[in-house]
Design a protein around this ligand. Structure first.
Ligand SMILES: [Zn+2]
Ligand SMILES: [Zn+2]
Length: 166
């Protein structure tokens, strides 16, 4: 699958009977300008749009990212229960994630062996593989050193974690 430009996306959407509305285009642009390794929840996406003066309702954002994930434009990631994150779906940059359960810092890693294993499993069952995501639920050394889980102060902020809305 190709890396989507606005024009390519417009084409793709039209072929499948969807329009590239200005809101969809803006949402796509946010993802295209995110630094690699940054993943946004719907709430964070609204914050980014807000900062650029774009008022888009949360329900529109939820619908749009869902649609884009179904079309293979975005990749939907479930790092924690009930809390989805999204990133651009770039198969050439296929990767997995380590997530700190305490501070939510997320580290990406690539691994060919995992990708091959997943392809072989899907193929053996005559399934078409859409995505293969390995999420490692971890706790960072910073939290452990501060006494995670029981002794960690309630207001502890990981010095290494990205600010959630940065
Ligand atoms: Zn990622
Ligand atoms: Zn952490």
């Amino acid at each position: 699958m190709a890396f989507y430009t606005a024009a390519a996306l417009k084409n793709e959407l039209q072929q499948r009977g969807f329009r590239l509305t200005p809101q969809r285009e803006k949402i796509l642009r946010v993802f295209q300008t995110l630094p690699q390794g940054k993943h946004l929840s719907a709430e964070e996406l609204r914050y980014w749009l807000d900062r650029e003066g774009e008022k888009v309702s949360l329900s529109t954002i939820y619908r749009t990212v869902k649609l884009m994930a179904q079309l293979g434009i975005l990749r939907e990631l479930e790092f924690a229960e009930g809390h989805k994150h999204y990133e651009l779906n770039k198969p050439s940059e296929h990767h997995h994630h380590l997530v700190c359960v305490q501070c939510h810092q997320t580290i990406e890693f690539k691994n060919e062996a995992i990708a091959e294993l997943c392809s072989a499993q899907a193929e053996a069952r005559q399934f078409e593989l859409l995505d293969c995501q390995l999420t490692l639920h971890c706790v960072c050394l910073e939290a452990v050193q501060e006494g995670w889980p029981y002794l960690l102060p309630d207001n502890w902020v990981c010095p290494k974690a990205h600010r959630p809305l940065g």
